[in-house]
Write a protein that binds this ligand. Structure first.
Ligand code: FE
Length: 243
């Protein structure tokens, strides 16, 4: 009798486990219990992805998203929380953008800057993409600003791809608003650098660290960048950033 009930318990447990796995598979999202642990360690929290892990496939696979978000992005947040609990305690109450600006101005705080900027850059990157995005932006003020700044969409696309692909080593390609020149500009930044602490206002970004594309494209960075521009750019997010 006891044996039988044990067997039933095990069967029930297996059923529950299978249901949980099926739910995870249906959601297309990998369970990440370590998110709560990393975030409990300090004030910096990383928002959940704006879509399921497999939403951008086949342009960017669920495998890439799982590692990129789960290991890299959350890893930067954990490193930043560790610094804010110790040597950078004086910055712990500041908003993330202020931590970036303050640490960028202090050469002794390069590690804090790198972690903080990478937390911000990655959240901005996830929101710069969506399934079924890319191609030309819909009619509106961003499309008008692209025409006014670059001539036409084809010229803009060529410049965004060229500058982003051409970033030497790790970094980011950006579309940004130059408020002094009153026009959109394209720039590339190295490592964790971001237009945030400068005058230019970020509109959208493409991550060209190898971890963003190597599992899916190996060394073919150009194929990755062109596919993101053609199929994933979230123009609604970009237009919202234009203000
Ligand atoms: Fe990255």
């Amino acid at each position: 009798m006891q044996q039988r009930s044990k067997r039933i318990d095990r069967r029930a447990a297996l059923k529950t486990g299978a249901a949980a796995l099926a739910a995870v598979a249906a959601a297309g999202t990998i369970a990440r219990p370590y998110i709560a642990r990393a975030q409990a360690a300090g004030p910096i929290t990383v928002p959940p992805l704006p879509w399921k892990d497999d939403a951008l496939a086949p342009v960017i696979s669920a495998n890439t998203i799982g590692f990129h978000y789960g290991k890299h992005h959350l890893g930067y947040a954990a490193a930043l929380n560790t610094a804010l609990a110790g040597p950078a305690k004086d910055l712990a109450a500041l908003p993330l953008e202020e931590i970036i600006k303050s640490s960028r101005a202090n050469p002794n705080r390069a590690g804090v800057f790198n972690a903080a900027a990478q937390v911000w850059n990655h959240t901005f990157y996830w929101n710069s993409m969506k399934a079924g995005g890319g191609g030309e932006p819909p009619a509106g003020k961003l499309k008008d600003a692209i025409s006014a700044s670059f001539g036409d969409f084809a010229k803009f696309k060529e410049a965004l791809a060229r500058v982003t692909i051409g970033q030497f080593a790790s970094g980011w390609g950006w579309l940004a608003w130059d408020d002094k020149a009153k026009k959109l500009v394209i720039e590339a930044t190295a490592n964790a650098e971001t237009p945030l602490h400068r005058a230019n206002k970020p509109i959208l970004t493409i991550d060209v660290w190898e971890h963003a594309y190597y599992l899916d494209y190996q060394n073919r960075r150009a194929d990755y960048v062109n596919a993101v521009i053609d199929k994933l750019i979230n123009w609604e997010f970009a237009e919202k950033n234009l203000g």
